[in-house]
Design a protein around this ligand. Structure first.
Ligand code: GLY
Ligand code: MN
Ligand code: MN
Length: 358
């Protein structure tokens, strides 16, 4: 926590920011350690406060012992309580997270913090979160181990006649049995024609012979997430299904193998995308190649044609190309990859050759 605060304060110093209010839950947790659903962090170069309501006073003191916990009794007291401390500290300007503050909240801040300059900042703590520390990487490894284990088990259980929801329910159970708090997002179990939906969450469709099934799922473990996709085949694949699978697999490997410190998100995306395009399927791969993971399923850096990020050791990203052909079906393969000093380490271990279930 201390290193994180130091990073934040260095950045604030560089940007001439006197004080910052942090309200977005993953950022609040990252900086303070507090995991409650509501609370406001205030950080200056010398002080740090955590404002909470009475539900969270005990928890805040225990999870964020270096912060001064300040309790407010009723919701309307929240902003005046923050204003009082700002006045004590003598700050004249307060930064706030533009993405986390609704218009109504902004108006309330303007009214309650009258006399203080409000300065919107974007992706401020989020950017600090892109490079993970050792403990974060260790936790992500555990979240990844849970999905690998759950995938190995579900392969023994999937058969024609099950519905997508039944597969999802079973995977949820397995991940929790293996230590997860829950799924890290709504599970995508998309079979047959539905596999052409990149985000086809599990439905009551019955899994049949001849279906490709995309399973895209992740575990939430001690606040950190994993995110893996495998596409499997029920029965013998057609030539076309096999061809698409092989192209996506090769594209995924190319994307992964391009990863190293200093490469841009655009270049990693291109390493995969150019191959899919050369094979004639560029129009069927609409989304970006990948994204950072950590406290959130989607965080920086971004691997896409629009990315402005450059990879650095300690980042953890997904690589997830796909080809989706309406009315026919689709394939996506997704791994979680750690950027290392010398290149990359693939964290997800589940095998990637086309798995055929009879
Ligand atoms: N499951 C969402 C994603 O892979 O990004
Ligand atoms: Mn995914
Ligand atoms: Mn993903």
């Amino acid at each position: 926590m201390e290193k994180r605060l130091k990073k934040l304060r260095n950045q604030m110093n560089k940007d001439g920011i006197e004080a910052i209010l942090i309200t977005r839950p993953p950022n609040r947790r990252y900086i303070s350690g507090f995991t409650g659903s509501a609370g406001t962090v205030l950080v200056t170069q010398t002080e740090m406060f955590l404002f909470v309501d009475t539900r969270y006073t005990v928890q805040a003191k225990s999870q964020a012992p270096n912060f001064k916990t300040i309790e407010y009794k009723r919701h309307p007291d929240r902003i005046p309580t923050i204003a009082k401390e700002c006045n004590h500290l003598g700050v004249t300007e307060v930064a706030f997270e533009a993405e986390a503050v609704s218009f109504a909240e902004y108006q309330a801040l303007q009214k309650g913090l009258a006399g203080l300059q409000l300065k919107p900042v974007n992706q401020y703590v989020d950017k600090l979160r892109m490079i993970k520390d050792e403990s974060e990487i260790a936790t992500i490894r555990q979240a990844v181990a849970i999905v690998d284990r759950a995938f190995a088990q579900i392969l023994k259980e999937i058969k024609p006649g099950m519905t997508e929801v039944q597969v999802a329910t079973r995977l949820e159970f397995l991940m929790r049995e293996y230590g997860a708090t829950s799924s890290s997002f709504d599970m995508i179990i998309a079979s047959g024609k539905r596999s052409a939906l990149p985000h086809g969450v599990a439905s009551d469709k019955v899994i049949e012979k001849g279906d490709l099934i995309t399973l895209d799922f992740g575990a939430l473990y001690q606040g950190y997430i994993s995110d893996m996709t495998r596409t499997i085949m029920i029965g013998k694949p057609s030539e076309k299904q096999k061809q698409i699978y092989d192209i996506v697999l090769e594209a995924e490997m190319r994307g992964i193998q391009s990863i190293r410190p200093g490469i841009s998100g655009v270049e990693v995306d291109a390493a995969s995308r150019d191959y899919i395009t050369a094979c004639g399927y560029g129009n069927y791969f609409g989304h970006g190649l990948g994204h950072g993971i950590g406290l959130e399923v989607h965080e920086g850096p971004t691997l896409s044609t629009q990315s402005e990020d450059v990879l650095a050791p300690g980042m953890v990203v997904t690589v997830e190309p796909g080809i989706y052909i309406p009315e026919l079906g689709g394939v996506r393969i997704e791994d979680d990859v750690l950027v290392t000093e010398s290149g990359y380490e693939v964290l997800t271990q589940s095998k990637k050759e086309l798995i055929i279930i009879d």
